[in-house]
Design a protein around this ligand. Structure first.
Ligand code: ADP
Ligand code: ADP
Length: 227
């Protein structure tokens, strides 16, 4: 069943067509990886999917609701979309607990419990609760970033090169851990990466982009990938 539907989406910046007539269907609860060289339009496509940006033409629907079309984008607070970037974008002055609990109601009596449950989900030791981002390793920061995104109970998780700042060994561990968490939670996920091996091991569906166009899409083993 199609959950996320991207129909003929085009986005131009001046003379550059960053995303060129892209059509892609994503099944509920699945994981899709978008691969392609730098500048091929991966991040722009992700931002269009999230409704952070409006396409010049085409439409993005999530579960039948329009997230983005040529006239409107859904305001940030109304999207059930989680977003994790390469640098994690944590609030540097807030503790781990307050970063994770940022979107949770301050007066909610079970706030602390929910933060601890989220830390458990991403396998972060509760000892980290009152630390600040600069006191954490890169991998731990990405776990906090993921927990913060999960706190909003998103229907769709968008990951933009979330592992690329990490060391090779850690990157693989994190990729497996994150895939397991999202699979268990049944959250439909789109991962943008320039790393083909990462895409193949993470996803049920791989979408290959070149110069703004979607050139292939299918299950990992059906694809022929050029270096
Ligand atoms: P990727 O994520 O695959 O590296 P991007 O989506 O970031 O690709 O960029 C696709 C193309 O669109 C590139 O040529 C890039 O320079 C251009 N582009 C992206 N964002 C902007 C912007 N805000 N203004 C102008 N050009 C942009
Ligand atoms: P505005 O509505 O003020 O123009 P946007 O919502 O389009 O702002 O997004 C501004 C920035 O915040 C973008 O860089 C986007 O990547 C980021 N952003 C938007 N929504 C989310 C979200 N749900 N989680 C994390 N980052 C987000």
């Amino acid at each position: 069943m199609t959950f996320l539907d991207i129909r003929g989406v085009t986005k131009r910046y001046g003379v550059t067509t960053a995303v060129d007539d892209v059509t892609l269907s994503v099944a509920a609860g699945s994981r899709t990886a978008v691969v392609g060289p730098s500048g091929s339009g991966k991040t722009t496509l992700l931002r269009l999917i999230g409704g952070f940006e409006a396409p010049d033409s085409g439409q993005v629907t999530l579960n039948g609701d329009v997230l983005a079309d040529g006239t409107a984008i859904v305001p940030a607070h109304r999207r059930s979309v989680g977003f994790v970037t390469q640098d994690g974008s944590l609030f540097p002055h807030l503790t781990v607990a307050d970063n994770i609990g940022f979107g949770l109601d301050k007066r909610s009596p079970d706030r602390s419990q929910r933060i601890l449950a989220l830390m458990d989900m991403v396998e972060l030791d509760p000892i980290m609760l009152n630390r600040r981002p600069h006191q954490l390793s890169g991998g731990q920061q990405q776990r906090v970033s993921l927990a913060r995104a999960l706190a909003r109970q998103p229907k769709l998780m968008l990951l933009d090169e979330p592992f690329s700042a990490l060391d090779t060994g850690l990157r693989e561990n994190m990729r497996k851990a994150v895939a397991a968490v999202l699979k268990k939670a049944g959250i439909t996920t789109i991962l943008v990466t320039h790393d083909q091996a990462e895409a193949l091991s993470f996803a049920d569906q791989v979408a290959v982009m070149r110069q703004g166009k979607l050139v292939q899409a299918g299950p990992p083993r059906s694809l022929y990938l050029n270096p």
